[in-house]
Write a protein that binds this ligand. Structure first.
Ligand SMILES: Nc1ncnc2c1ncn2[C@@H]1O[C@H](COP(=O)(O)OP(=O)(O)O)[C@@H](O)[C@H]1O
Ligand SMILES: [Mg+2]
Length: 289
């Protein structure tokens, strides 16, 4: 999966907003080419601030960020946006052209393509995102899910090596989440490096192998998602709300039923309970109503 090549290196990064809020404190991390990494933690932990340092939208107060081995200190956000694409939490703030088609063309501007190339790329991306039927429409007249799609399309058309999503599943319905998951899988196969900020624990456990957990501007844990999420101390510290199935596991343990704490899927839980009941009835002698 991940090759041994750090694509993003964050070294001793601090960030303080103008109003004095310290949002990042001595952040150190490495993200390797081809990795899929989650960032979790409660509101205000510093997740959005951190990912904004990856494309220069936020410049660290102290410390450095390296992309592909280069310190990005002296690089413009325009240059960086061709390497790092960020899809923000509220995509409607990211969309501002008169038509869907113009939105994509605007986004392609920084690539300095010919008119013909721009048109070809635009057509391609509108098709890929199933937006060609809306090409003449104002982005203001799209549904929430479609606006999000357009925001993603306008980043994807620049084909950045690194894709960052700030809470992509928020407010999405099941069909939109499935579309998103397929998209991610596709981009992973194309060798992209993907970072996803999410509060969606079921989603993280199922799809994201590595998670960085943040609290109070610091990284409090960084490792396999399933390991972090089954660690009670970390869960408490970052105020994560566990899926109901994990809460059920804890409740079973509390009444003395030894359900292992990695029973986080419906299938695993069913399997465990079936085995448990079968063994139990064998011990009791079964048929003893
Ligand atoms: N533009 C801003 N000006 C001042 N403080 C901010 C600004 N944006 C975020 N903050 C503060 O910085 C801290 C980290 O915020 P943020 O990175 O948005 O956290 P998260 O994405 O984890 O919810 C919070 O205390 C937040 O209130
Ligand atoms: Mg945020």
């Amino acid at each position: 999966m991940s090759q041994n090549y750090p694509l993003i290196v964050v070294h001793d990064v601090d960030y303080k907003y103008l109003n004095g809020t310290v949002a990042l404190r001595k952040i150190n991390l490495k993200i390797y080419k081809g990795e899929l990494v989650g960032i979790m933690g409660k509101n205000g932990a510093g997740k959005t601030t951190l990912i904004r340092t990856f494309n220069g939208l936020i410049r660290p107060t102290n410390g450095n960020v390296y992309i592909n081995g280069e310190n990005i200190k002296s690089k413009t956000t325009g240059t960086l946006s061709q390497k790092v694409g960020i899809i923000f939490q509220n995509p409607q703030h990211q969309v501002f052209s008169n038509t869907v088609e113009e939105e994509i063309k605007y986004s392609l501007k920084s690539l300095n393509l010919s008119k013909q190339e721009t048109q070809t790329k635009t057509d391609e991306i509108l098709k890929k995102f199933d937006l060609d039927k809306y090409r003449e429409r104002s982005p203001l007249n799209l549904s929430g899910g479609e606006t999000k799609k357009l925001a993603v399309a306008s980043i994807f058309c620049r084909d950045p090596d690194i894709l960052v999503f700030d809470e992509p599943t928020l407010g999405q319905d099941a069909k939109e989440i499935r579309f998103f998951i397929e998209l991610i899988k596709n981009e992973m196969n194309n060798g992209k490096t993907i970072i996803i900020i999410t509060h969606n624990i079921e989603f993280a456990m199922e799809y994201i192998p590595r998670t960085i957990l943040m609290a109070d501007g610091k990284i409090i844990a960084d490792g396999p998602t399933k390991k972090l999420i089954t660690n009670e101390f970390l869960v408490k510290k970052s105020a994560l709300i566990l899926p109901q199935i994990s809460q059920f596991t804890t409740a079973l343990n509390e009444i003395g039923i030894p359900c292992p704490n990695n029973t986080y899927s419906k299938e695993k839980m069913t399997e465990f309970l079936a085995d448990y009941i079968k063994n139990k009835s064998n011990v009791v002698g079964g048929g003893n109503t």
